[in-house]
Ligand binder design. Structure first.
Ligand code: MG
Length: 299
């Protein structure tokens, strides 16, 4: 597999919107034919319409949302730094799904995926409680950063990954037998904990019985910069953010290629009416490029 096989003939990176400070958490909304994403320091949610080519503000009191995905019924599931919660946005009606574990508050949920069984898996690093530019300063009440599995049918919440220093983006392989988790601990090493790991790799876990993440290992180191958000395509390739390019890794961890982007990348998602356009949130701007593939969860 070569990168040219994964990009449409003549594909070129295109900047389609600008005006954000730190663009994050993109998701494609099929019914609106739009990419919705977070502008975290401006505390707002914006939408880019493919039809009009315009960027509009969806919500300017967003409580510092970060990553988002679609639930199986098409509603948006999003992470809120400000509410320290994972929530559901149903056409503007926002409901908290989960904001605590064992009686203490979550840190600041960062990114989220919905498994085919309806459970919601999310990462919980502290970025939204460290500085007021990304949320409301606070403490890590459970004193660590985990990946959690939340079952909306009964409210159960369980840690599934506890050994990634700063879990950030996450995604399942196409058949959900693997969970990938990005470690972005390189971004903000804790000066009070010099011995703690400072990493920039995507980790992989085997999933047993549909819910237990075991045998964690490093899948791929991402540099320069670090992996924040990423997506998996139908063939199991990983498309990840880094400092200066979208990097594409084969399922065996080999680097297939890089798509240079002129700004620091936070995240990306597949979209467009055929699902084959890759949208990239990179600091002040939204970019896109045409591909030949689709998201592993595309239905
Ligand atoms: Mg993130």
């Amino acid at each position: 597999m070569q990168l040219s096989d994964l990009l449409a003939d003549g594909a070129a990176l295109e900047k389609v919107a600008t005006g954000t400070i730190w663009a994050e958490g993109p998701v494609w909304l099929p019914e609106r034919r739009a990419v919705r994403y977070s502008d975290i320091p401006n505390n707002r949610i914006v939408e880019f319409s493919e039809e009009t080519g315009q960027l509009t503000v969806y919500n300017d009191e967003a409580e510092f949302t970060n990553g988002r995905t679609l639930d199986r019924d098409g509603a948006v599931i999003q992470c809120s730094h400000g509410r320290r919660a994972v929530e559901r946005d149903d056409d503007g009606t926002v409901k908290t799904l989960v904001d605590s574990w064992r009686g203490v508050r979550l840190n600041s949920p960062n990114d989220v995926v919905v498994k085919s069984d309806g459970t919601i898996w999310f990462t919980d690093p502290p970025y939204g409680i460290l500085r007021s530019v990304e949320g409301h300063p606070g403490i890590q009440e459970y004193r660590d950063s985990y990946v959690f599995r939340f079952d909306p049918t009964n409210g159960d919440i369980d840690p599934v990954v506890i050994d990634v220093e700063t879990p950030n983006g996450l995604a399942f392989s196409p058949n959900e037998d693997l969970l990938y988790v990005a470690d972005s601990s390189l971004a903000a090493p804790d000066p009070d904990k010099p011995a703690r790991y400072s990493g920039h790799a995507i980790h992989a876990y085997d999933i047993f019985d549909g819910r237990y993440a075991k045998n964690g290992r490093i899948f791929a180191e991402v540099s320069p910069g670090l992996p924040d958000g990423f997506r998996v395509d139908v063939d199991g390739n990983i498309w990840t953010s880094s400092q200066d390019a979208v990097q594409v890794f084969a399922p065996d961890g080999a680097l297939i290629g890089r798509i240079p982007v002129p700004e620091v990348i936070a995240n990306l998602c597949f979209g467009g009416s055929d699902g084959r356009t890759l949208y990239i949130t990179a600091s002040t701007s939204l970019y896109r490029i045409r591909t030949t593939t689709r998201d592993a969860t595309a239905r």
